[in-house]
Design a protein around this ligand. Sequence first.
Ligand SMILES: *[C@@H]1O[C@H](CO)[C@@H](O)[C@H](O)[C@H]1NC(C)=O
Length: 325
Amino acid sequence: MAPWNTTLKLRLQEFAVFHHIMANSMCNIVAVLILIYLYKFGLAHLVYLYFAWMWWDLDSPYNGGYSSRYFLNLRMHTWFCQYFPLKLHTLSDLTDDQNYLIVMHPHGILGASSYHFMSNGSGLMNKFPKINFHACTLNFKFWTPLCREWLMLHGVISCSREAINNVLSDPRKGQAALLVVGGAQEALDAHPGQHVLTLKKRKGFIKAALENGASLVPCFAFGENDVFHQVSNEEGSIVRWVQTLVKNICGVSPVLFYGGFGPFMPFRTPLNTVLGAPISVTKIQNPTHEQIDQLQTLYIERLTELYGENKEKYGIDSDNNLIIR
Ligand SMILES: *[C@@H]1O[C@H](CO)[C@@H](O)[C@H](O)[C@H]1NC(C)=O
């Protein structure tokens, strides 16, 4: 039975990854098809009921969502993590007497490493049983019926300033927002073996941490840039120019990528995410530019240390340094 068992495990892992990619790219189409189907086949009242609910629930992505233990613990999430495998390494505890802004780099093409914080697939809830995690994503993902609930049941919320501030100022404490701050811009620099971060101009997250007195937690996703290969798009090339134009218009980067098997499946390459020690931040109501820059410098320093001290453990050469733009 052993070989059959192994094959089954591999297929389940592939299913979980395929599902995640489809949920990211096709969820809107599938959701609309489901609603049209219900409507056509005599269940229109369900469709009306759904839209009434959605209308009533429009603010949830900005108010912490509604993560569910049941959904966070779906078996599929474990299979997803086993595929690469995706592992979480923590350098410090997160106590439940404060709120946290976890900042992950790099974004990569798939953002697979953020999966730690929207499931219990890598055992996050065992490591931090008292913390509520909220991964932040683009607003438009919450415009799609059904997909929005799927996201929020996994704790996912909007990455708008308002949504993040609501988590970071939550008086219950023990709340953590996850932001992959480099976003679409950083995805364009996701090439295997390269670590180019979009960070110098990103100051909104620093300001949010200051205004709420929330601890900043640097997090580095080793291997994230290796899960896909991307067509060459150096700065100054025509490909890059077109990609930047599209990104500026619609907020999403049209990355030209290819994977392990089938064009859309990522390579099975180890992903090791290191969650650093929190940087405590003293609350400042209206931080000045100097105060923001000061904390940004400290943040970049801690992140660079985290990368430097851990890179060789995860297969990166000692002379492969971070490039921060
Ligand atoms: C999280 O997953 C682990 C297995 O990795 C499991 O043992 C644990 O019970 C889960 N935690 C919660 C709180 O559901």
